[in-house]
Design a protein. Structure first.
Length: 261
């Protein structure tokens, strides 16, 4: 049997068309179609194969063992550098890349182009469940590390607000009051409109100004129901928090309904 006509290939010419090329290097459109079909079948087979938990664990352990070998590690880092996956950069290069990215993200068209695929992904409940479970597992693993805990505890955490989580709530802030707030807004999140069923649990009741003593000592209630996602963003996303809370307080001042709670 003759070898493939490609000068860089040492395989036999066993292509499906019998034109002197191997299966991989057949340059004709028919060969390209055959290659794509074979790749598609191979990917489907690999996906089925990787769904087996035992096989995934074995592959993970084998990969960890390989990366602990200095020779293997140096070899892979060299390959990754050659194909652009890993290339050490100087501080000046990083600063230039950072500025270029910032300028690019100031373009509304670029923002829309990059955000649209993410929105489509999050519309899939399967993707949301998978991503949430993975993120939860990663967070738990991080917090089990003593060094990570010490680095992010208390004042070292970016969301630290002077220990307000330890302050007591007003005694009138009870389950009955929360139910009245939820009922007032039709049991839907005031930001995104998500229902309690879509949220998967009761809607949280949020103090808009962060004052836990609302309702006591003559202070007015400023409470709104929020889904888990919006509630988390209001507590952790500073830009989202400032923009959304200002709008909600303005709407509540127009309604002026909290005086009647």
């Amino acid at each position: 049997m003759n070898y493939c006509l490609n000068p860089h290939c040492n395989k036999y010419a066993d292509g499906p068309l019998g034109n002197g090329y191997c299966y991989t290097h057949d340059p004709t459109p028919e060969g390209d179609t055959k290659r794509k079909e074979a790749n598609r079948k191979r990917i489907i087979t690999l996906r089925r194969f990787n769904k087996d938990p035992e096989i995934r664990i074995k592959k993970s352990e084998a990969g960890k063992r390989n990366w602990q070998d200095p020779k293997y590690r140096a070899k892979m880092l060299k390959i990754m550098g050659n194909i652009g996956l890993f290339s050490p950069k100087s501080p000046e290069q990083r600063a230039k890349i950072g500025l270029a990215h910032k300028r690019l993200w100031q373009d509304p068209e670029h923002q829309k182009k990059m955000q649209e695929p993410l929105r489509r992904r999050w519309e899939s409940s399967k993707y949301r469940r998978h991503h949430s479970k993975r993120a939860s597992k990663d967070r738990k693993r991080n917090w089990q590390d003593p060094k990570y805990r010490m680095k992010h505890l208390g004042e070292n955490h970016p969301n630290w607000r002077g220990g307000v989580s330890f302050e007591p709530y007003c005694e009138k802030f009870n389950f009955q009051l929360k139910e009245r707030v939820r009922e007032k807004y039709g049991r839907r999140c005031v930001v995104c409109g998500k229902s309690a069923e879509e949220n998967g649990r009761r809607l949280a009741v949020h103090h808009l100004d962060g004052n836990k003593m609302q309702g006591c000592e003559g202070q007015q209630w400023k409470l709104v129901p929020l889904c888990a996602s919006c509630h988390s963003q209001l507590h952790n996303g500073k830009k989202f928090q400032a923009r959304t809370e200002a709008r909600l307080i303005s709407n509540l001042q127009q309604l002026d309904w909290w005086r009647r709670l």
